[in-house]
Design a protein around this ligand. Structure first.
Ligand code: OAD
Length: 248
């Protein structure tokens, strides 16, 4: 069974010219990726600013890297789940679908989604702190010593957004633009606790989008959503996409 898929949402998505899907850690939960907040979350019992901030990296790059190297090693075992696959299918059946994800795991791309804005970066890319740019590196674990060094000898850092850092500007502007144009904004598996990511849902709604949420526990964005599907994304999204396909 599972939660009901609202007919109004199916119709809104079927007839939409543009759909934005804002995803968070919950979309990857069924792939075995831990979420951040709540019991068992990645941030539980950990001071985030000690492992995920520019200051932490300056003070102890090896400590920060041991956290990220561990995460990369765990993520290397994870594969897309039915929620990621359903969103890739959605892109194939609707005209304009943009996934804006806070996740750094690249699982949307692995499932075949093409228009994905990774506004918090990717854990599979490393950036030179000396300004040489960034490149993909999927080795997990990384060979010691940590931190890894660029050819210019500067430390490399994970190309993810840390606490206290701004989001990549052009990418975030693209996300804001997509949110502003959307007829439907589907919010999946995010607590809505982190800005400016959560503001994208408000931008969409303020510009007339139908806001809908998929989350087994609800979030800070539930109250402003027209539709709330209280279920796991790995169950609800395949059913939603099937219903859209059946209605076409
Ligand atoms: P959170 O851990 O804050 O929230 C995860 C959400 O997923 C919660 O609302 C859960 O109820 C929901 N959830 C759990 N299982 C689910 C499932 N099977 N299907 C659907 N939803 C499920 O994670 P985010 O909102 O992604 O930022 O966190 C936002 C940002 O905070 C992250 O990108 C990260 C973190 O600090 C940075 O690292 C910059």
């Amino acid at each position: 069974m599972g939660a009901e898929i609202p007919a109004g949402l199916v119709e809104a998505m079927r007839s939409a010219d543009a759909v934005v899907v804002l995803t968070g850690a919950g979309v990857s939960a069924a792939s075995g990726v831990p979420t951040f907040r709540g019991a068992g979350g990645l941030w539980a019992g950990r001071r985030v600013e000690e492992v995920a901030s520019p200051l932490a990296f300056r003070n102890d790059p090896a400590l920060v890297w041991s956290f990220y190297d561990w995460r990369r090693t765990e993520l290397a075992k994870c594969t897309p789940n039915p929620a990621h696959h359903a969103l890739a299918r959605l892109e194939a059946i609707l005209s304009e679908v943009t996934i804006i994800t806070q996740n750094v795991d690249e699982l949307h791309r692995a499932a075949g989604s093409r228009r994905v804005l990774e506004i918090h970066g990717s854990i599979w890319r490393l950036r030179c702190t000396g300004g040489c740019g960034e490149a993909e590196d999927r080795r997990a674990p990384l060979p010691p010593p940590l931190p890894p060094l660029c050819t210019c000898k500067s430390p490399l850092r994970p190309a993810v957004v840390w606490f206290g850092e701004a989001l990549p500007r052009a990418l975030f502007e693209e996300a804001q633009h997509a949110a502003g144009l959307a007829d439907v904004c589907l919010v999946v598996g995010t607590s809505g606790a982190v800005e400016p990511a959560a503001s994208l849902a408000r931008i969409a709604r303020a510009n007339g989008a139908v806001l809908a949420e998929i989350n087994p526990d609800g979030s800070l964005l539930s109250a402003m959503s027209r539709y709330v599907i209280t279920d796991g994304a790995e169950r609800a999204l395949p059913r939603l996409v099937e219903a859209i396909e059946a209605a076409r």
